[in-house]
Ligand binder design. Structure first.
Ligand code: ARG
Length: 457
């Protein structure tokens, strides 16, 4: 492609070192989509005849089919996907093919391809996020009475509904979905026409190209356009955060599925056995999801470090953005899909949850609240209940096994209605504030999520 200026062939080791077609072949579809639009703009500017434009489009579509069907022969010597396609096109249709690269550089071409590619993947990942959200909402809806201890510092804290716990994840996955939607706005700028660095002396209608490709905006500054990869960094960050959230959910599921907790049962289809220990049923899906978050973060770091030292404008270092971004896409899509299946197949042991939540210590704060409602300042109430907890531990008896007289030894503000506070269902259902886990609130939240996820897949 650049033979004019050179007297010698590129050394084979250099070809091997600089090629990217072994992985950027994945861009073939968007590369062809971009070239078809570019050809239309060239024709509009009178630089291609309508026949030439049509010939280019037809042959590019044929090449696309061949690649899809695995019949296309990629050549490493042609470096990347752009030159592989262009060279095949020219070999087939001659002069018209040789005109396609007019007023275009691989620098604006790769920027366009990446934007088209990430725009599609953003949409696909948002759909997968919604699928996982739906699975979580459905699991929450299946167990409306499952009360379990909520944990802070991984110590039993206060009773919550398991549905509330699951909906917490639905909430953060919603922010992931929003974040990708927001990132999509910055992906959605059309860079073609920026050339190698300084546009072109040949004027193409950039807005026309943008329209053909469904971009609401064209990029403003050609130097920025060929070297900007912040939309890739943002995208990789969004994927890393999804990975981190799956990792946290995994941590909960691994813990809850242990014999010690025994709060959920993972399905056989989503667990693996041990080659040695016949009794084992291992939560490998959760563990791998947790493990892969490291890899996703690594991919983000790799790009950030690549970008850090780059002078304006395009530098070949930027080619190193592809493998991390492809890897993160593959991993997150697989993880989201397997997770949706695993959640849907998970069983909940509401009886064990309720048993664990029966630990009367969980209602210590509720007792302090009771005293506050009976005219004791909170700090004082906190201390009184603290002493009561110590007494209960010494006695090895829960609050529910104490008499009113015993309660009154700690404060004369306790009355016979104190025992109502110790009722678990009542304790949950009196948490009625916005965002709190009363059964009514959680049921309403489930309904609201169902509506959101129905409308906005
Ligand atoms: N394979 C290159 C990349 O991924 C395409 C652009 C190459 N441009 C160039 N002037 N060598 O960034």
């Amino acid at each position: 492609m650049w033979k004019g200026r050179f007297h010698e062939e590129t050394a084979p080791i250099v070809q091997q070192f600089t090629e990217s077609v072994s992985y950027d072949w994945r861009l073939y579809r968007v590369d062809i989509q971009g070239s078809v639009a570019h050809a239309a703009a060239l024709a509009k500017a009178g630089l291609l005849s309508q026949e030439e434009r049509q010939l280019i489009e037809t042959e590019l579509k044929a090449i696309e089919r061949e690649i899809t069907e695995g019949r296309f022969e990629f050549k490493v010597g042609l470096e990347d996907i752009h030159m592989n396609i262009e060279s095949a096109l020219t070999a087939r249709i001659g002069p018209a093919g040789a005109k396609l690269h007019t007023a275009r550089s691989r620098n604006d071409q790769i920027a366009l391809d990446l934007r088209l590619y990430l725009r599609n993947e953003t949409d696909a990942i948002r759909v997968l996020l919604a699928d996982l959200q739906r699975a979580l909402v459905q699991l929450a809806g299946g167990y409306p009475d499952a009360i379990l201890p909520g944990y802070t510092h991984l110590q039993r804290a206060q009773p919550v509904l398991f549905g509330h716990h699951l909906l917490a994840y639905v909430e953060l996955l919603e922010r992931d979905r929003e974040r990708l939607g927001d990132c999509r706005k910055r992906i959605n700028h059309m860079p073609l026409g920026s050339g190698a660095i300084a546009g072109s002396t040949i004027q193409l209608d950039r807005r026309f190209i943008a329209e053909l490709l469904g971009f609401p905006e064209v990029t403003d500054n050609s130097m920025d356009a060929v070297s900007d990869r912040d939309f890739v960094a943002e995208f990789l960050f969004a994927l890393s955060l999804i990975g981190i959230y799956l990792s946290r959910l995994s941590e909960d599921f691994v813990l809850f599925a242990t014999a010690e907790f025994g709060l959920i049962k993972l399905s056989d289809a989503y667990t693996t056995g041990s080659s040695l220990m016949p009794q084992k049923k291992n939560p490998d899906v959760c563990e791998l999801a947790r493990g892969k978050s490291g890899r996703l973060i690594g991919n983000l770091m790799s790009l950030l470090v690549t970008l850090k030292g780059l002078p304006m404008t395009y530098n070949r270092d930027l080619q190193e953005d592809k493998e991390p971004v492809f890897d993160s896409i593959d991993q997150i899509k697989l993880a989201l899909e397997v997770y949706a299946g695993m959640v849907a197949a998970t069983e909940v042991d509401s009886r064990r949850m309720r048993n664990a939540a029966g630990d009367p210590g969980l209602l210590a704060t509720d007792l302090a609240d009771y005293l506050v409602l009976h005219d004791v300042p909170f700090r004082q109430a906190h201390e009184i209940i603290g002493k009561l907890v110590a007494y209960s531990l010494e006695q090895n008896r829960g609050f529910d096994q104490m008499s009113l007289e015993e309660f009154r030894q700690f404060s004369s503000n306790f009355g016979p209605d104190v025992f109502e506070v110790l009722n678990l269902d009542r304790a949950i259902d009196s948490r009625t504030g916005i965002g709190a886990p009363s059964r009514k609130n959680v049921a309403a939240a489930i309904e609201a999520w169902n509506a959101i996820l129905r409308e906005d897949p």
